[in-house]
Design a protein around this ligand. Structure first.
Ligand code: SF4
Length: 362
């Protein structure tokens, strides 16, 4: 039996679940802020076995889902440029933009778009097509940003002048701050993202406990990890304490990964950015800094971020803030399904609506 088998062991999980049941008194609302946690919680069936008093909210942890309508419009604007080849992660292809158009539609109309698995793949496309301008659509959180920064460093060192990044990267801690300041959400504990935390460590989350008195636990993705983290938050609440703790030490160092942060700092600067459903959050995004501005697709293609109306009827914005469950959206399982998604939360494999659709048996 390896370590991961142990973390799935039903006996151990039942044991922690019994402790949660014994210690939950009043209602406890916790939010997970990572798409991988969203899927893990549904896939393992944890959501259905937790006591009713434990209210689980999914937060803005799916990178495709939080990409704002304006940003999707910019992708589509870019797709119309004849001299551009777009390189993108596959999930972005079906995210609807203005007039329900997506990148797949743009591709059918002739736009040159390649699905890649990494920024380095996109750089390879640029090297193989020196006569074209290749733009990588940069989305994601602190987890993906270091790889993209490293790719840009290689492009700069090798003097590759036909490679660009459209950087809409987002930072998790400022989004958490925006959520806790929203009085309607009332999160009492945060299950903190394991992958993002490998980069940023504990420190950037400490305001949750210090300023807002909210316990928060960095968690791994196995059922036992998640149950333990819930128990740790619950105990803090019952003891009227609030701490930020690391329950994923096998992968996350308390100080995170300083080398990865250094690469990010060399390439990016912190900027205000748009989040779907939330709007602009100050200092919550990463744009290219002056040393790398020649790789900035926003500037190279003079792209605008047009004001776009939210998709009619879609509640993704409220789902991402934990204000409604996916099945409270009137379009859920009716007009909206993974085969015919109306909003990004149903498009992405890490989206809450897709997880509800696939795993929830009510
Ligand atoms: S069910 Fe579909 S339309 Fe409703 S919030 Fe989710 S993605 Fe949007």
């Amino acid at each position: 039996m390896n370590l991961h088998d142990g973390l799935k062991d039903p006996k151990l999980c039942r044991n922690v679940l019994r402790q949660i049941e014994a210690e939950v008194d009043e209602q406890f609302r916790f939010m997970e802020v990572c798409g991988t946690h969203t899927v893990a919680i549904f896939q393992s069936g944890l959501r259905s076995i937790l006591p009713d008093k434990i209210i689980h909210l999914s937060g803005p942890g799916c990178p495709v889902c939080v990409t704002h309508e304006r940003e999707v419009a910019a992708y589509l604007e870019l797709a119309e440029k004849e001299d551009a080849i777009i390189a993108t992660f596959g999930d972005l292809m079906r995210v609807p933009g203005p007039d329900k158009k997506n990148l797949k539609d743009a591709q059918a109309e002739g736009a040159r778009i390649k699905v890649v698995y990494s920024a380095f793949d996109a750089l390879k496309v640029a090297m193989e097509n020196p006569q074209d301008k290749v733009v990588f659509l940069g989305i994601g959180f602190e987890t993906t940003a270091p790889t993209i920064a490293a790719t840009l460093k290689v492009a700069k060192e090798q003097g590759i002048n036909n490679f660009y990044v459209l950087s809409f990267h987002k930072l998790v801690p400022p989004a958490l701050k925006a959520l806790v300041q929203d009085k309607e959400i009332k999160v009492e504990g945060f299950l903190l993202p394991g992958h993002v935390s490998t980069i940023i460590g504990l420190e950037p989350y400490k305001f949750l406990a210090q300023e807002y008195n909210i316990p928060a636990v960095i968690s791994g993705f196995e059922p036992l990890d998640i149950l333990q983290a819930i128990l740790m938050m619950l105990r803090q609440k019952n003891n009227h304490e609030a701490k930020v703790t690391n329950n994923y030490k096998r992968a996350v160092a308390d100080i995170g990964n300083p080398k990865a942060r250094q690469v990010m700092d060399e390439v990016f600067e912190v900027v205000d950015t748009f989040w779907r459903g939330i709007g602009v959050i100050p200092q919550s995004g990463l744009g290219l800094n002056r040393d790398y501005e020649r790789f900035d697709a926003l500037k190279a293609f003079n792209l605008t971020l047009p004001d776009v109306a939210p998709i009619a009827g879609c509640r993704c914005g409220d789902v991402l803030k934990g204000k409604v469950r996916p099945d409270e959206c009137p379009l859920f399982k009716k007009a909206c399904s993974p085969a015919s998604p109306v909003g990004p939360c149903m498009v992405s494999t890490e989206g809450s609506c897709a997880a509800y659709f696939k795993y929830m048996v009510e």
